[in-house]
Design a binder for this molecule. Structure first.
Ligand SMILES: Cc1ncc(COP(=O)(O)O)c(C=O)c1O
Length: 348
């Protein structure tokens, strides 16, 4: 029986076309700037994001960290949501490695930060305070249920940041999911940002890698920070080749993952005992559901029962689950998952 892995879109394996491109790739020493495949990927990525330059990195975490370290000095403060990946899931790297403080604002359920909260987070220029330097938004917003942010909202935050002397970084790990969900382009969504990180390795299926994009001057500094963090790689064109295929072939099809997520959500929410606990107005490829009090097992036991049917779902709390659709999840897999939930719930 096929294993269905819904824990994350990070579990995706490369496509056949990626494996072919990897085997045929030309490579060179990328720390010397001599890997033609990496150079091509960086140029393509920058073009897709509407920025002057791009930098290939091992992970989205390193992309966000590098951006914060370029934009901020020690003792500076970055404003972000209390459900931001950079705050919750990146090991506190911006503080641990950069001496940068985080000013957290409540994320609304649609992934946004309120404009009046942003305004009140800007510190006066006074030696008692850290120096406000940077705003970070996440699109799509993972812990708001994969909520996509609109072009209008992102533009408003860019305008707010720049009119207050702040810089603006976008954690666009899933920016192409946001673009297809909002009927726009990654370039439009990234336009107001001074820098953007996006991941090739999630729904786009490349095995490894993210690209950080921004001005030529920003990327010049980012190369030094990447080296300091140990992220300078050598003949990395062999994996960057999969990133090129990701950009060429995998961005527009994300709409299929969103449709399957909707089918999964519709099917599961018809079953008694389940409720959606993160409910963004627009969904992308993530579903956050929980067991209500009528169900006499906890989340860990439920996950184990699903695993016995070769279906893996993510834990997101004591009775809470995350499921993420991606390229390797088919219509049949969605149907089988709904059936498995139904059979377990009815057996309890
Ligand atoms: C919104 C968001 N940003 C950043 C990252 C970090 O990416 P990576 O796992 O490549 O470090 C993730 C990973 O899941 C994410 O969901």
């Amino acid at each position: 029986m096929k294993k269905i892995d819904l824990r994350s879109d990070t579990v995706t394996m490369p496509t056949q076309s990626m494996l072919k491109a990897m085997a045929a790739a030309e490579a060179g020493d990328d720390v010397y700037g001599e890997d033609p495949t990496v150079n091509r990927l960086q140029t393509m990525a920058a073009e897709r994001m509407g920025k002057e330059a791009g930098l290939y990195l091992p992970s989205g975490t390193m992309g966000n960290l590098t951006a914060v370290l370029v934009h901020c000095n020690r003792g500076d403060e970055v404003i972000m949501g209390n459900r931001a990946h950079t705050f919750l899931f990146e090991g506190g790297g911006v503080s641990a490695l950069g001496g940068v403080a985080m000013y957290l604002l409540p994320n609304e359920d649609d992934g946004t930060l309120k404009m009046q909260d942003l305004q009140s987070a800007v510190r006066p220029d006074n030696p008692h305070h850290p120096r406000s330097r940077l705003v970070v938004l996440e699109n799509t917003q993972n812990r708001c249920g994969g909520a996509p942010l609109s072009v209008e909202y992102t533009n408003a935050v860019g305008e707010f940041a720049h009119s207050n002397g702040l810089l603006f970084h976008l954690d666009g790990a899933r920016i192409f999911n946001a673009a297809v969900a909002m009927g726009t382009t990654a370039r439009e969504l990234a336009a107001p940002a001074d820098s953007i990180t996006f991941c090739l390795s999630k729904g786009l299926c490349a095995p490894v890698g993210s690209v950080l994009c921004g001005s030529k001057e920003f990327i010049h500094d980012a190369i030094r920070i990447r080296k300091q963090l140990g992220g300078g790689m050598r003949q990395v064109g062999y994996i960057a080749a999969a990133g090129i295929v990701a950009l060429e072939e995998m961005t527009e099809r994300l709409v299929e993952d969103h449709q399957r997520l909707q089918a999964l959500s519709d099917g599961l929410l018809k079953l008694p005992g389940l409720y959606k606990y993160l409910n963004p107005p627009i969904s992308t490829n993530m579903l956050f559901i929980a067991l209500d009090d009528s169900i006499p097992v906890d989340g860990a036991a439920f996950i184990e029962k699903m695993a016995q049917q070769n279906i893996m779902i993510g834990s997101a709390g004591p009775r809470h689950f995350r499921m993420v659709t991606h390229y390797w999840i088919s219509d049949e897999d969605v149907t089988r998952t709904i059936k498995a939930f139904n059979s377990i719930l009815s057996s309890l």
